[in-house]
Design a protein around this ligand. Sequence first.
Ligand SMILES: Nc1ncnc2c1ncn2[C@@H]1O[C@H](COP(=O)(O)OP(=O)(O)OP(=O)(O)O)[C@@H](O)[C@H]1O
Ligand SMILES: [Mg+2]
Length: 420
Amino acid sequence: MPSLHTIVGIDIGTSKVVVTVAEPNPTGVPRVVGAGMARTRGMRAGAIVSFDEVAQAVAAAVSQAETTSGRQITSAWVTFSGNHVACENASGGTTLTNHPHEIHEILDPDIQKALAAARPSPAEIGREVVLVVPRTFTVDGVSGITDPIGITGHRLDAQTHVVTASTSQIHNLVRAVPQTIDVRELVTQGLASGESVATPDERGLGCVVIDIGAGTTDISVFIEGAIWHTAVLPFGGQNCTNDIAYVLRTPVAEAEALKVNHAHAIPAEADGEPSIEVSLHNRSRDTVSARYVSEIVSARIVDIFERVREELGRSGLSGALSAGAILTGGTSTLPGIETLAETVLAMPARVGIPGAANNLGESFRSPAFAAAVGVVAYGCRVELATAPVPARSSTVGGLLDAVRRLFLGSGQADTRSVTR
Ligand SMILES: Nc1ncnc2c1ncn2[C@@H]1O[C@H](COP(=O)(O)OP(=O)(O)OP(=O)(O)O)[C@@H](O)[C@H]1O
Ligand SMILES: [Mg+2]
């Protein structure tokens, strides 16, 4: 059996960098063996605005994760976000044999060739393809194949989900990771969050994962177990905080505390709470009702959900989301947010907490860690799926093949190391 070494995820969010060190068990389920976290002010809406601050936060989180895990970190799966992120669904294929009577059994190199053909280069200057995820395969016209390995045919086509991004933003992000760490793959925060909070059933039925963090709202749509749409809105919890600070004329720290401790997504639910004393910029004090704070926050969350609804409309996939919406990210801890989502999006909604299905530590069981947990889980799954498979005849090879098939179905990245 190939050795499944330590897998590391680095989630670079707007408010924090989280490094997660995991060891997958033989079926690819991660066991977190250490983690590190550092706050950052160097990001705005998923984009680096102060390189040194972000690089320092990544280095600090890496160093903490090395200490807590007792492992040296030499490679990592890294998340990216920002409203420069765009996606398209593509397809392309390869001829397996030109001889009508010849039988060709599909192997990994054939899959790689088909995936390469289904990887369009972006037309716009300054953009690049960052991630290519297989959705499904077609062999000689038979569609909906999740794992074509071992199937025989004359032609193999791959249907992929292709994510493109601004070359300079991606370049800066990769440079913010210490030089000693090989960036194994860049993964969208939405895909990572979906990995940790949406169940295979939900991804199979069709669902949208909405990660509302501090500076971005990452939208990812899963259909038939694979990712079909990716989008990022440059809004999140920081906008709620800034709105409170602006309307009430309070310092940002005070506005943040008001939001976290008193806001409710359904303002009427905050009726009856005692008035809250707040300090204003001019050092005087005033009182405000929890209902008023909730109204400010709720208006911003409604605006975010309306933009999500528009994005889903543009994607043409609104009608395919039988399992509804899974809300995650730190802002989804706002009480009542599911009810508001159900009203605006007109679909069932729940809050997704990572770790419930995995054997992850208690400290990760917060929606704020969805992408951090998801990126390492995704890394474990893809590493397992792409690990060299021993000879087919051996029992171990057979077992690995079976496990491999299980995981290929829900989307395996086209893996390569990212060049700096
Ligand atoms: N109880 C709460 N109610 C409302 N918002 C909250 C609550 N707790 C945390 N938040 C908000 O969650 C946000 C942080 O979320 P998260 O940690 O997911 O962001 P991030 O990953 O750093 O950023 P992003 O993913 O947007 O780049 C902050 O804006 C914070 O105020
Ligand atoms: Mg985040």
